[in-house]
Write a protein that binds this ligand. Structure first.
Ligand code: GLP
Length: 241
């Protein structure tokens, strides 16, 4: 079941998302985390809450969705670096409790299977998601099987263009592959929180919520999950009936 919460703008989306997330920032919980610009407002709220109220992450674990293939973790646009900069380094979560898939290694598919095994041992209590303008979740591009586990994938042309802004607007610098949790992995999370803001997400939001459940829109699978909250701002909700 999907509960849709409509808000005015990205700032209000971050507030609502924090209200949902707060229930899970408790000892023993496992958070599924995401990158992209969308969760930045929520991460800022989590950092502020940690600093002002002393909310602790010492006994929390986290699993991130994805990582670019071939970027060293020291690259500022690696998702490892993104997570450290925007969240992990500003709260008290122990490094060993955080997990970001590695995009480097001899056998990425074997590493991907190990990642799924780790998640199976520590099931995710709440998975945070953004949505790509083509309806992707994590880096599961249109056409990805709904039962997929963590795997290596080619990025869609539109995703490479969307993410160009993080790589000096130089398309040749954007990685063309990523390691991503599969749709099957994501669907195992007990609860899902998806945030969509901005007009460039309006079409994907409409297809996710009102379209058929079809692999052409990866996010549409969320219609089959028991516990999903979708927070949409006005521009992202503009095509909803
Ligand atoms: C990226 C990420 C996704 C993210 C999406 C939207 O490529 N792999 O996890 O949700 O695209 O990004 P943004 O929030 O910057 O619009």
């Amino acid at each position: 079941m999907i509960r849709v919460i409509r808000v005015k703008d990205a700032a209000e989306a971050a507030e609502k998302a924090f209200e949902v997330m707060k229930e899970f920032i408790k000892p023993g919980k496992v958070l599924g985390l995401a990158t992209g610009s969308t969760p930045l407002g929520l991460y800022a709220k989590m950092v502020e809450d940690h600093k002002q109220n002393g909310t602790s992450y010492k006994e929390i674990k986290s699993f991130n969705l994805d990582e670019y293939v071939g970027l060293p973790i020291t690259h500022p646009e690696s998702y490892y670096a993104f997570m450290h900069r925007n969240l992990f380094d500003q709260i008290d979560i122990p490094e060993e409790n955080t997990h970001v898939p590695s995009g480097l290694g001899e056998d990425l598919e074997a590493q991907a299977r190990e990642y799924d095994e780790m998640i199976a041992e520590s099931p995710v209590d709440i998975q945070l998601l953004g949505i790509g303008s083509d309806g992707h979740i994590a880096f599961n591009e249109p056409g990805t099987p709904f039962d997929s586990g963590t795997h290596v994938t080619d990025l869609a042309e539109s995703t490479i263009k969307d993410n160009c802004r993080f790589f000096d607007n130089d398309i040749s610098k954007v990685p063309t592959q990523a390691v991503t949790q599969g749709i099957g992995t994501i669907m195992k999370a007990r609860n899902i929180l998806l945030i969509a803001t901005g007009a460039n997400k309006a079409k994907a939001v409409k297809e996710m919520l009102e379209g058929p459940v079809d692999e052409s829109c990866p996010a549409s699978i969320l219609q089959r999950h028991d516990s999903v909250v979708v927070i949409v701002d006005e521009p992202a909700a503009s095509l909803l009936s």
